[in-house]
Design a protein around this ligand. Structure first.
Ligand code: NG6
Ligand code: CA
Length: 512
């Protein structure tokens, strides 16, 4: 016979003590399950090459602040941007989707419409969901406004604020494209409403002089190729503009302006987890560093611009130190594409290069499918969590979305961010392998898989003559053994047809 137990019985004191001890014992576990929320500062350089820092072994330039991040963090020798130009690399970084999957993601004019759909998850929107304050300071170059493009004279939307950045202080496109004004949270900074801005990339607007018609007015820098339209601040640009006189930037002050904004952003949000996308302009053209940096590198404005960026980065690192945020801030330092020396202005970059090798040991550069197009400096620092070192893991900027989502406990909706993988362990220096492959993009595609690099056959010029860059276009397939031949000097496709076939098939599958 079963004796029913009395239903509610007052717990015995011993039972209470056991429960209390269990709760105390389990408490740290429950705590461990809430994701860590380090601040995240993504420092994104524009056109900085694999060989442009002493952190990566250059002896011809000294970049102590970039070196500091590398010394205190993990320096990746196989870190990649997705593409060899700006817009597609930034698109992939923010959306987790290779830009070549979407039409219209090439280098954009300064009056292009926004190319990221505000309805889809992005790196900043996922971090926002995780409770982060998100901000961007610096270069945007992903278009602004709806299908009609931006209206510079009212609130410009959609833009960074609509795809996940709660705060934005940007230049719309590049330093060499009009309009040459800053945009803060969708408003042109310092715009006088009685002097509206008009921009056109097809035909002249207004009566401002152009580099083509008035070369005598190019008092700051003149073009070597292209860049002969509206003159602002003694530099002719791509595109025509008029109006907005009070809002025009002075190129020499851009580094200081972005640095100041980055510092005040960190100061304002020091008590909450924040994400700062600090997208510097340097060393993109026009290279017009502040007067105090002019002449400091001995390499002309390109080297001076790199030193100016190094200073900016130093200011950001010091701000983290001063606010005692260094230990729990994840700093990622990388570049949107590889280096170019003459990118369209007469700035002595070629003449004063000397022994400096912007691409280090790599072949090609910006615009190229050789390694220097997309293999870039890539360093991650998080003192309270990571052991410093050097990693050969294959890592790509396209993975930052899924990896940082994983770090902060966010799920990426399935089908979104199709190319982004959680590579957190590699990025934190805990997994020495990383990806098994990465796609490299400059017009056409290439595939790196372990030691092998396959460049799909393409017609098209072998050289970009004005920039003096080898593009890697060839009507025959190319295969390089990067372990033996990092400089891609010897095409071994003919002796390894089976590897060529397997990699071509794999690339076709990835493309689908
Ligand atoms: C090119 C520009 C180059 C640079 C590049 C974009 C000319 C002749 N060249 O068309 O100067 O602006 O576009 O660079 O106009 S990126 O880093 O933003 O992709
Ligand atoms: Ca760039």
């Amino acid at each position: 016979m079963i004796v029913p137990r009395p239903r509610a019985q007052a717990p015995r004191p011993i039972f209470q003590v056991v429960c209390l001890l269990a709760a105390l014992w389990l408490a740290p576990l429950a705590h461990a399950q809430t994701p860590p929320r380090p601040n995240i500062v993504l420092i994104y350089m524009d056109d900085l090459g694999y060989g442009d820092t002493s952190a990566y072994g250059s002896t011809t330039i000294r970049t102590p602040n970039m070196d500091r991040i590398a010394r205190e963090g993990v320096r990746f020798t196989s870190g990649y941007a997705t593409s060899a130009t700006c817009t597609p690399s930034r698109f992939s970084l923010l959306t987790g989707k290779y830009a070549w999957r979407q039409q219209g993601t090439g280098v954009l004019p300064g009056n292009a419409s926004l190319i990221i759909d505000p309805a889809r998850p992005t790196l900043p929107s996922l971090l926002q969901k995780a409770g982060y304050r998100t901000g961007i300071v610096g270069k945007w170059h992903l278009g602004l406004g709806g299908p009609a493009g931006p209206d510079w004279n009212s609130r410009i939307t959609p833009g960074p604020n609509e795809i996940g950045f709660a705060y934005s202080f940007i230049m719309a496109a590049t330093g060499d494209r009009v309009p040459t004004v800053y945009v803060e949270n969708g408003r042109v900074v310092g715009l006088d409403p009685t002097d509206p801005i008009r921009v056109d990339y097809e035909k002249p607007v207004g009566d401002w002089p152009t580099g083509k018609a008035n070369p005598e007015l190019l008092t700051t820098q003149r073009p070597s190729h292209g860049h002969d339209q509206t003159i602002v601040n003694g530099v002719s640009r791509i595109g025509y503009m008029t109006g907005g006189k009070a809002a025009l930037w002075r190129d020499q002050d851009m580094g200081d302006t972005f640095t100041r904004k980055a510092i005040s952003y960190i100061e304002q949000h020091q008590r909450e987890p924040f994400f700062l996308f600090f997208a510097t302009h340097e060393p993109h053209v026009p290279r017009v560093p502040h007067e105090r940096f002019a002449g400091t590198s001995g390499m002309g404005p390109r080297g001076d611009a790199i030193l100016q960026a190094d200073w900016s980065i130093g200011q950001v690192l010091e701000t983290l130190d001063r606010l005692k945020l260094t230990d729990n801030t994840l700093v990622i330092f990388t570049s949107d594409n590889g280096p170019v020396v003459d990118d369209g202005y007469v700035d002595q970059a070629v003449e004063k290069l000397g022994a400096h090798r912007p691409a280090g040991p790599l072949r090609g550069g910006k615009y190229s499918r050789f390694e220097a197009g997309t293999r870039v400096p890539f360093v991650v620092r998080w003192p309270s969590r990571m052991k410093p070192g050097v990693s050969q893991a294959l890592v790509s900027q396209v993975d930052l979305l899924a990896s940082l989502a994983a770090l902060t406990g966010q799920a990426v909706p399935s089908g979104e961010a199709p190319d982004s993988r959680n590579q957190l362990a590699a990025l934190l220096g805990e997994d020495a392998t990383g990806r098994d492959h990465v796609v490299e993009h400059a017009g056409a595609l290439a595939l790196r898989e372990g030691r092998w690099k396959y460049i799909e056959p393409t017609r098209g010029p072998r050289m970009s003559v004005p920039t003096n860059t080898e593009l890697a276009n060839d009507p025959s397939p190319q295969l390089y053994d990067l372990e033996r031949d990092l400089g891609e000097t010897t095409n071994v496709a003919a002796t390894h047809p089976e590897i060529v076939k397997a990699m071509a098939d794999r690339l076709a599958a990835i493309r689908r």
